[in-house]
Design a protein around this ligand. Structure first.
Ligand code: CP
Ligand code: NVA
Length: 302
């Protein structure tokens, strides 16, 4: 594993290794056991979109590993004024030991990896959000003990979160059911991947169908970053695609609920369900820190 660009690139073994290391790093942090695996290393963090969790967890995580994080806003970088990503990659590779990037196009992340010579970590693109889904898998395993026999149900937009969840959950052996409006389904590349899993994957436009017998219910915002102009249209299209009490009644009685955050209460999830599952949702947010530390150690320690 040289980069973390998308879940599609990871083998099941690599995912499990990251999760095991994340559990260990979480234990060490909680018990005051130092783990300076990246002493003297630097991570550049390029943000072309807003962030609370990704920025703070990468920055803190790098510090806890003994390294140094640099926050690089695209407003201040030449990349924001049109310097080609190929040149940015070759320059930054000479200063840094790794780059985390949050941007719009997946191609930009893939290009950084192709033209640079240091590990690249995808901190969210329009296509996927692998760091979040590694934290989600870590949280599911923490609460449920294992992935065996579990069903994950995603309700809402076939977006970056849906894409990474479909791939990540299928790769670790869970079954997956997705409920999206017909015009907002995940892209063909993801559906083709999922179809190879046969009966373990279901795509429907009926949330109540998708939620039947689910062990884990997940949703995300109806309008992602960059789609603010379509918010009203999306609000109409996604009406009914909400995690609420009625939907929860279809799931297993001990089902957990996750949300990558930020959440829009009374849109994709009711306040009541959100607060009833706040312990899971905020553990999930915490696990971003541990999962990303594991990714950085796997990619950058030597
Ligand atoms: N879930 C997530 O990636 O949060 P931020 O946008 O705050 O980083
Ligand atoms: N789908 C959301 C996830 C935010 C973490 C977005 O891309 O804005």
């Amino acid at each position: 594993m040289k980069h973390l660009l998308k879940m599609l690139d990871l083998s099941t073994e690599e995912i499990i290794e990251i999760l095991n290391l994340a559990d260990q790093l979480k234990y060490e942090l909680k018990h005051g056991i130092p783990h300076p695996h990246l002493k003297g290393k630097t991570l550049g963090m390029i943000f072309q979109k807003a962030s609370t969790r990704t920025r703070v967890s990468f920055e803190t995580g790098m510090y806890q590993l003994g390294g140094y994080p640099l926050f690089l806003s695209s407003n201040d970088l030449q990349i924001g004024r049109g310097e080609p990503v190929q040149d940015t990659a070759r320059v930054l590779s000479r200063y840094l030991d790794g780059i985390m990037i949050r941007t719009f196009e997946q191609k930009e992340v893939e290009d950084l990896a192709e033209f640079g010579s240091i590990p690249i970590i995808n901190g969210l693109t329009d296509f996927c959000h692998p760091c979040q889904v590694l934290a989600d898998l870590m949280t599911i395993r923490e609460f449920k003990g294992s992935f065996d026999g579990l069903k994950m149900c995603f309700i809402g937009d076939g977006n970056n979160m849906a894409n990474s969840l479909i791939v990540g959950c299928l790769k670790v052996g869970m079954s997956v059911s997705i409920a999206c409006p017909n015009d907002y389904q995940p892209p063909k590349e993801i559906l083709d991947f999922a179809k190879a899993y046969g009966g373990k994957f279901e795509l429907t436009d009926t949330p109540m169908q998708a939620a039947k017998g689910a062990d884990v219910l997940i949703t995300d915002v109806w309008a992602s970053m960059g789609q603010e102009g379509e918010a009203e249209k999306r609000r109409k299209a996604f009406t009914g695609y909400q995690i609420n009490d009625e939907l929860m009644a279809q799931a297993k009685s001990d089902a957990m609920v996750l949300h990558c955050l930020p959440a829009h209460r009374e849109e994709e999830i009711t306040e009541k369900v959100f607060e009833a599952h706040a312990n899971e949702i905020f553990e999930e947010a915490e696990n971003r820190l541990h999962a990303q530390k594991a990714v950085m150690v796997k990619l950058m320690a030597n």
